[in-house]
Design a protein around this ligand. Sequence first.
Ligand code: PLP
Length: 450
Amino acid sequence: KVNELTELDKEHYLHPLTPPKMQYEQGPPIIVSEGNGVYVKNESGDTFIDGMSMLWNVNLGHGQEELGDAAKEQMKTLAFSSSFNGYSHEPAIRLSQKIASMAPEDMNVVFFTSGGSEANDTAFKLAKYYWKLKGQSSRNKVISLSRGYHGVAQGSTSATGITEFNSLVGPKSPDYLHAEPHLLDCELGDRSHEDYHKSVRGIIEQEGPENIAAIILEPIMGAGGVFTPPEGYLQALRDLCDEKDVLMITDEIICGFGRTGKNFGVDNWNVTPDMLTFAKGSTSGYIPLGGVVMREKIRDEMVKTDDVLFHGFTYSGHPTSCAVALKNLEIIERDNVMDNVNNMEQVFKAELQKLEDNHPHVTKSRAVGLLGAFELYADRDKEKPFDPETGASFQVVDECFKRNLILRSIDWNGSNIVAIAPPLIANKEEIEEIFKIIDEGLTAFEQSLK
Ligand code: PLP
């Protein structure tokens, strides 16, 4: 069966974020067949530990039957109903209320999408629409951070600051501007800083605030390399947005619903954005769902007119997706999953520290909740990177994969970062098992350098 599936995959299945030539010639590195907790099995019956919750999304782990049951029950009752023209149904109503109750302050209004890219494109359109309704239709530009990842739809690709994602098609839209991340001093107003013109503040001043609709950023940058902002950074951007009358959007697509031990990433710094976007963890990946949560002031502008909101997806507020999300959030609360994340964060950090102690190329390890990473340098004290030919982070991730652990290598722009984001239900033994394999993988990599 494995051979048959491999041949069919090569012939018919064009994979996202994969080199098509490699896939066409070699076929899939793994054909996953089932999952249970932090483990998945391949078609040959080998067990792997899912150290990435697949795409940072299977937060409750694999094989949660209750989520399957919730989907089945909803499908039997009402699999699908429209949300257009004001049509409504209980799962979407209850889920919007539940998410509003989890979001900070008066972020009480929810718009649903099918995933994260759609959520970010929606947030950009709503931001521009908000300003149009307020008579400021020149506010059309969106600022995001270099190395930030926001998805692959038109707007979200343009906002994505990992340059490779904009390489598929011609020049990206000039309405999307990129700032250097985490320049705290500049955002606080240090105009003498050499990188001032690259900061969010510098760009707003250069472009004129009257032309800026919003800024978007991940509270903790995920795909760009799991970068945590310096203390005070999110608050500095909040203050900047208030000063310049720009909307602040946080992309909570990885951070949301417990990944960092809190409801949302911004809760780690007590900052309230004007909109936040979510997807992945809202259903633990069991079914597609995403959305935008916004402050009441944004909805309040819309209800001043009789105009139709000309935006919406067929699957906005899909009943089955909403029913699964409700069950997912119920389990997170019932089983104190966020307490587990906060307890396991200590184990996670201690294990990361051990890697730094025992492996000469490992440095800059970091974790918030169960979102973590470490970096590899040829000379870590001098921060001398590995020769790109070495493919250091890829090699380490590959050595771990050979030992049945799934991780993610991040190697944009010559960096060598290994990301680790296990399911939020992982226990101490499972986290230690992950790190035992990483330790072995690093040792094998080090030996290959000799
Ligand atoms: N934003 C962030 C921070 C993400 O990590 C992702 C996906 O990895 C997206 C947006 C895009 O979401 P989706 O792949 O569901 O469109």
